[in-house]
Design a protein around this ligand. Structure first.
Ligand SMILES: [Zn+2]
Length: 218
């Protein structure tokens, strides 16, 4: 699968630092199942984060804090970076999404939003004040302009769409901030099915991403 559109560097850094919402994490994990480019950048970001932590002046930890950390490690509460699984052999859908769509896209209780556009809201995924939903857009149908306070990640699951940014097909990820104003239209001869996560929390734009900009080619 050739992927042409990827997560931006700030998003990769935020994901590596564990500061994205569960909804964003779900989309990014699904994208990275099929995108070696983003997997490599994620690995680099994690390594850089570790290096930077090593540079930090050590601080004395209280006995209680230390025992809490050790208990968390023993109880496996501190989650290591989720290993990436290969996509399921029976479906193009990332295996991380199969949990939410176990019987496949056709069996979902789609809700009709307007002619040519159906939606299915994923439940049980923390996304702050945003949401995580699947959209099914019939060929030739244009999504109305919309605004959102935070960022928006869109992962194409099936079919394709085009907008002012480019052509997006299965596996491609659109990583947009609140300033982006676009109007996607489904193209091709079958519906475009996308997973979309919005998140109006603060994005990761701080010191760490600026420090590594020269290294990851921003
Ligand atoms: Zn990618």
């Amino acid at each position: 699968m050739k992927i042409n559109h990827h997560a931006d560097d700030a998003t990769i850094m935020a994901y590596a630092a564990g500061t994205v919402s569960e909804g964003f994490s779900l989309l990014l994990t699904a994208h990275m199942e099929v995108c070696s480019h983003c997997r490599e950048r994620m690995s680099l970001a994690s390594d850089l984060g570790g290096e930077l932590l090593c540079e930090v002046e050590p601080a004395r930890m209280s006995q209680e804090g230390l025992s809490n950390v050790l208990s968390a490690i023993e109880a496996d509460i501190i989650d290591p970076v989720t290993p990436f699984k290969s996509p399921s052999a029976s479906s193009d859908m990332a295996s991380v999404l199969m949990e939410y769509v176990p019987r496949g896209l056709d069996e979902l209780p789609w809700q009709r939003l307007m002619p040519g556009i159906r939606q299915y809201q994923l439940t049980g995924v923390e996304s702050g004040n945003g949401s995580v939903r699947l959209l099914s857009i019939s060929p030739g149908i244009r999504i109305p302009h919309h605004t959102h306070l935070g960022g928006e990640l869109t992962l194409v699951i099936e079919g394709a769409y085009e907008d002012e940014i480019g052509h997006f097909k299965a596996g491609d990820l659109a990583d947009l901030d609140a300033s982006c104003n676009h109007q996607p239209v489904a193209v091709g001869n079958k519906p475009c099915i996308c997973l979309i996560a919005t998140d109006d929390k603060l994005r990761f734009t701080g010191l760490l991403s600026r420090m590594v900009q020269p290294l990851i080619g921003i």
